[in-house]
Design a protein around this ligand. Structure first.
Ligand SMILES: Nc1ncnc2c1ncn2[C@@H]1O[C@H](COP(=O)(O)OP(=O)(O)OP(=O)(O)O)[C@@H](O)[C@H]1O
Length: 334
């Protein structure tokens, strides 16, 4: 079967550059990824690694006046980079939708919850006028809101953060999207609510067979819900694998370092592993190299300076950038 028939969203060679003081600077470089129907693909990486920039390109929300998106992004059979502003609304909020980190800014503070959901439904679907209210209540029910009639009559500020995110999800799934892009959907919520929202996303994904592109910096979230994981560093994917493989046999030094920095319950001491340094600023990025190696002082200089580093399939479905992983050791293992 041709690749596009088995994929929902397929990005090939996607780069994003921002115009900064008259010059285009690359923030995302040559990314390939595929989200299949019914799959959760998690993009993980530290702040500044380019996850949101990539996701924003997928849903056509970059301002073309100062952002250049190149490569190829296919959603089902549509070429997203060729869509005009007039064509986007038929997709966005309909067959593909987005959930952002901060539910409060995603909702209209002056409009009752029920009316906001109704509006989302009316934009893309035609029901008999009386059926809208029932649809709104059904949707609120489906995202685990126990008193939908009461919530429909509230304004966003009257609800808790967790309830607001449920409402945002209800709006996002109102038109049964085939793809949901969720950018840090649980980061603003406390831990118990996080788990409930992740469960909810999983249920929606299963029931609608929707694909989810989940953006997170939290490997705990990845372990909980992802099927496939792409690890991003400085605008590039440095490792991609099915979730079990990534946790059992991580290869790239960045993935190994991220995994090592997760606190565990059986940890003997209080010292958490900290990755020294930070993601380079856009101006300092050199996408021909493996830039994470700049944060490992004991690594061979030849490896650090090597250019034309590429992402290679090292075992079925497991892709790793560069070759440093073959000899990489943590400082105390040397
Ligand atoms: N509109 C913009 N103009 C210029 N630079 C930008 C713009 N948006 C993002 N950047 C830069 O692009 C790089 C990637 O940012 P991005 O927000 O995509 O990372 P991220 O991995 O999603 O991090 P976070 O979790 O903090 O959102 C950063 O250096 C950021 O400063």
């Amino acid at each position: 079967m041709a690749e596009h028939q088995t994929s929902l969203l397929r990005a090939k060679n996607v780069s994003v550059a921002f115009k900064i003081r008259g010059e285009y600077i690359t923030a995302v470089s040559n990314v390939d990824l595929t989200v299949k129907p019914g799959e959760v693909y998690a993009l993980v990486g530290e702040s500044g690694s380019g996850k949101s920039t990539l996701a924003t390109a997928m849903i056509g929300l970059h301002d073309p006046a100062y952002t250049k998106v190149t490569g190829d992004i296919q959603f089902e059979t549509q070429d997203l980079l060729k869509l005009t502003n007039e064509e986007w609304p038929a997709l966005r909020g309909n067959v593909m939708s987005m959930i952002f980190q901060d539910p409060l800014s995603a909702l209209n503070p002056l409009q009752k919850i029920g009316d906001q959901i109704k509006e989302a439904l009316m934009m893309h679907d035609v029901y008999p006028e009386t059926a809208y209210d029932d649809r709104v209540l059904d949707l609120l029910n489906s995202v685990g809101i126990n008193h939908p009639k009461w919530v429909a009559n509230e304004f966003p500020h009257q609800l808790s953060g967790g309830m607001r995110q449920r409402v945002v999800i209800a709006i996002a799934v109102a038109n049964k999207p085939r793809l949901i892009i969720a950018d840090e959907p649980t980061t603003a919520l406390d831990v118990t609510i996080q788990a409930q929202i992740l469960d909810l996303l999983k249920t929606i994904q299963k029931e609608n067979s929707a694909g989810i592109l989940l953006i997170t910096h939290d490997l705990g979230v990845v372990a909980e819900v992802a099927d496939t994981v792409g690890v991003m560093y400085a605008g590039q994917i440095v490792e991609q694998a099915p979730v079990a493989k990534l946790f059992e046999a991580p290869k790239h030094p960045y993935t190994r370092s991220l995994l090592r920095s997760i606190p565990t319950l059986d940890q003997q001491n209080d010292d958490l592993y900290v990755i020294a340094g930070s993601v380079p600023s856009l101006k300092k990025m050199d996408h021909r190299r493996d830039m994470f190696l700049d944060r490992i002082p004991w690594i061979d200089d030849d490896l650090r300076q090597a250019t034309n580093v590429s992402l290679n399939e090292v075992s079925p479905e497991h892709f790793v950038r560069g070759t440093a992983w073959q000899t990489f050791r943590f400082a105390e293992e040397k």
